[in-house]
Every structure is written in structure tokens, then in C-alpha cells.
Design a binder for this molecule. Structure first.
Ligand code: AMP
Length: 192
């Protein structure tokens, strides 16, 4: 199995790049943001709960997100591997994921962060908001709040995975296919 985590602030292109990576390496793509959005669309209890957090650009509470993640992993346990996108976002989530995978005799192999400067990200997200319909993409205050959530909670994961010798960074500025190549290079370097 090959289990990868893709990190990046909102708008860094994680979702776009995840599509290429999952295709090439035949991984099951788990995007917690996408799962929440599907639940909101289908008006499930989980969706109703997540909606108020997401609309404000706040993180959904850990207990909810971790429970949902475990269900996703369980239902794809025989796959060739997982590509986690948007999870973990807190140290508690990372610890829960490690413990959970360990119970299944699995582990995270590699984590890659896509690095893009904030001013470029804000422009990209506001542009995406014009067509995505995402409330959290349309308001600069909510976007800034998502960055604050990243800086105050998610950024610690860099150290967490560096300590495990599993953290790589790629430059997320440039053409989509150039960035895809940078990501493939890191993965190939790992599996060679
Ligand atoms: P994303 O599509 O990854 O940008 O996520 C959109 C929103 O979903 C985030 O701003 C959070 O409100 C929520 N979300 C997604 N993943 C997580 C997570 N791992 N923990 C908490 N909230 C999350």
C-alpha cells in the first residue's frame, strides 16, 4: 500500500493535483472537504452539523471529522493505498490517523505540502468562488479565517511529519502540469 497526505492552504491546488496523483498511482482519494460538501448537498445530519463551521471558514470539530475519516478508510481497506487531501488538519487528527492505521498494520508513507504565497491564494480563491458557489470562497474575511485556522492548527503538522522523516515541500507556483511533475518526482523518489 502507498499512503500519501497532500497538504496545502486553501487554494493551493490540492484538489486538482489529487485527481492526477490518484489516477497515476491508483489510490483512493479521500477529501474530507468534498465529503462534507456532499453531505451538505444531501442535507444529512453530518452536513447540517458541518455547514455552520464550513460557511465561516472554521474547522469542523475533530471528533466529527475523525469519525468520518475512519469510516472512509474502513470502506476502502483493500485498496492500493490512500491519498488524504484536507486531512489531517490538526495534531489530534494526525495522531488519531497514525493510531488507527497502526491498528490495521498500515502507515503514512509520505506527506507533501504544496507551497503557495497567501496573496496569490486569495486571488485564486476569490476567482474560484465566482463559479464554485462555495460560500467560504466568496468572502475575503472567511478566506483569511481559513488561513488563520491553517496557521494556528494545521501548520504544526509540518513538524509532526518532519519528526517522522516524511515531510516534503513542492513549489505550488507555476503551470498545473509543472506542479504535477514536481509532485510525481517526490513520489517516485520515495518508491524507487
Ligand atoms: P477543503 O475543501 O479541504 O478546503 O475544506 C473545506 C472546509 O471543510 C474547511 O474549511 C473546514 O471547514 C472543513 N474541513 C475539511 N477537512 C477538515 C478537517 N480535516 N478538519 C476539520 N474541518 C475540515
Amino acid at each position: 500500500m502507498l499512503n500519501i497526505i497532500l497538504f496545502g492552504k486553501p487554494g493551493s491546488g490540492k484538489g486538482t493535483q489529487a485527481e492526477f496523483i490518484k489516477e497515476k498511482y491508483k489510490l483512493v482519494h479521500i477529501s474530507t472537504g468534498e465529503i462534507f460538501r456532499k453531505n451538505i448537498k444531501n442535507k444529512t445530519d453530518l452536513g447540517k452539523l458541518a455547514q455552520k463551521y464550513m460557511n465561516n471558514g472554521d474547522l469542523v470539530p475533530d471528533n466529527v471529522t475523525i469519525g468520518m475519516l475512519k469510516t472512509e478508510v474502513d470502506s476502502n481497506i483493500n485498496s492500493k493505498g490512500f491519498l488524504f487531501d484536507g486531512f489531517p488538519r490538526t495534531v489530534d487528527q494526525a495522531i488519531s490517523l497514525d493510531n488507527y492505521l497502526q491498528k490495521k498494520k498500515l502507515k503514512i508513507d509520505l506527506t507533501i505540502a504544496i507551497d503557495v504565497k497567501d496573496d496569490i491564494l486569495i486571488e485564486r480563491i476569490l476567482n474560484r468562488g465566482l463559479t464554485s458557489g462555495r460560500k467560504d470562497d466568496q468572502d475575503e474575511i472567511k478566506i483569511k479565517n481559513r488561513f488563520d485556522e491553517y496557521n494556528s492548527k494545521t501548520s504544526f503538522l509540518e513538524e509532526y511529519y518532519k519528526n517522522q522523516n516524511k515531510f516534503k515541500i513542492v513549489d505550488g507556483f507555476g503551470k498545473i502540469d509543472e506542479i504535477t511533475k514536481r509532485l510525481y518526482n517526490e513520489i517516485e523518489e520515495f518508491i524507487k
